[in-house]
Design a protein around this ligand. Structure first.
Ligand code: ZN
Length: 399
């Protein structure tokens, strides 16, 4: 428990004192977009390894995506995830079940039944909700309990490539994914959200134009929030030349100009949250050609240092960056805002902003290693995390 948060507190005799001079203490981060792969993809990640990786990254609350096998679309599957997370005893989970049964895009799930077991947010992530009528009905349905529909914006008829359509796709001779594959769906979603009171969240926006559409004055009546990933503000399509399949994700890394302008938009306050889109894949799905490889990268352990590197580089105040990783996503998911108030259950991070290190395959808790950020010099390291009775310090768990 946090008993008090103020200077000059008396030290009890049996207390452990930690010198935090020059370090930061903040509430545990909320990552609203995480693929834990269990059930069905345990060779890539398990609930246990994913939640450990989250803690190591300073993340104590994880929004869990439903594209498992089978997909999370029933009250029972939501309860299974919750029970498994309690058994593991690391980060908190916020289950985000499907919008449609089997994530097949045809019939809606029973929102009411899923609400009864605590679900507030719903998504078919990995795919968009193609059926516009169904999307509108879903927004109206979740409005009744202040829920949210999270859309993965993509017009799949326009996708079908493996990298951004541009100089790198040309150089590598690969089919490109045009910007319109994302922006056309953002435009469709904004029109639909304007016709409902329901809350729509557009996730992993990778293009400045998408953000502009989501924030356009003509859509001011729509209740729409948005997030971006650290990789879309840190890297551009050129990373494919160096990192190959470890820089392949959906939406793809875009042009240098897109990357720069997207980061500027985060700085200027147009974005509500930063989320990792942690997408672990076993090595067999990331070897071979760029065309054959799966989309996605792991991101729990680099969410914070990469976001800080890019946004502090733009002179964005740290407190505002942390907001996008705590209160911003918490509000979208409808959970209490993280806080260091006295009386709250311990849920906090000790962070050394000066420490420099390189994350490596062996130093990571995730079961998968598909990331272009291994080997990159990262500044700022999670030194300790306290969440309930769990203590993580200097790279190890003790509970
Ligand atoms: Zn997605």
């Amino acid at each position: 428990m946090i008993e008090a948060c103020e200077p000059g507190l008396p030290l009890e005799l049996d207390a452990i004192e930690i010198d935090g001079a020059g370090k930061w203490v903040f509430p545990g981060l909320v990552d609203m977009h995480v693929h834990l792969r269990e059930p069905g993809g345990e060779d890539s990640e398990t609930i246990l390894t994913g939640l450990q990786a989250a803690i190591a990254g300073g993340i104590t609350t994880v929004g869990v995506m439903p594209n498992t096998s089978p997909p999370m679309d029933t009250p029972e599957s939501v309860l299974n995830l919750k029970r498994a997370a309690v058994r593991c005893g690391f980060a908190n989970v916020v289950p985000v079940p499907c919008v449609t049964r089997g994530r097949a895009g045809r019939e809606p799930v029973c929102f009411h039944d899923l609400r009864q077991v605590g679900a507030i947010a719903f998504t078919d992530d990995g795919d968009p909700v193609h059926d516009s009528g169904l999307l509108l009905d879903a927004l109206d349905a979740v409005y009744k309990f202040d829920g949210v529909i999270i859309e993965h914006p993509e017009v799949t008829d326009l996708a079908g490539g493996s990298v951004n359509m541009g100089s790198v796709s040309e150089k590598l001779g690969l089919k490109g994914i045009p910007c319109a594959a994302e922006t056309a769906d953002v435009a469709r979603c904004m029109e639909i959200a304007s016709n409902s009171h329901g809350h729509l969240h557009l996730t992993h926006l990778s293009l400045p134009r998408s953000v502009e559409l989501a924030r356009a004055e003509c859509f001011h009546s729509a209740d729409v929030t948005i997030d971006v990933t650290p990789h879309h503000i840190a890297l551009c399509e050129d990373a494919l030349m160096e990192h190959g399949t470890h820089a392949k994700m959906n939406p793809p890394l875009r042009s240098p100009e897109h990357r720069k302008n997207l980061a500027e938009m985060v700085k200027s306050g147009m974005v509500d949250a930063i989320a990792s889109d942690h997408a672990p894949h076993a090595p067999c799905r990331k070897t071979g050609s760029i065309e054959e490889a799966a989309f996605g990268i792991v991101g729990l352990e680099t969410l914070l240092p990469v976001s800080l590197e890019i946004l502090r580089g733009l002179q964005m105040p740290v407190i505002r960056i942390l907001h996008l990783l705590t209160c911003g996503p918490a509000r979208i998911l409808g959970i209490p805002a993280p806080s260091l108030e006295a009386g709250r259950k311990a849920d906090l991070v000790l962070f050394d902003p000066e420490a420099e290190y390189r994350l490596s395959e062996t130093g990571s808790f995730s079961k998968s290693i598909n990331t272009p950020f291994f080997g990159r010099k990262l500044q700022g390291r999670v030194e300790a995390v306290w969440i309930g009775s769990v203590v993580y310090r200097d790279g190890e768990f003790a509970n």
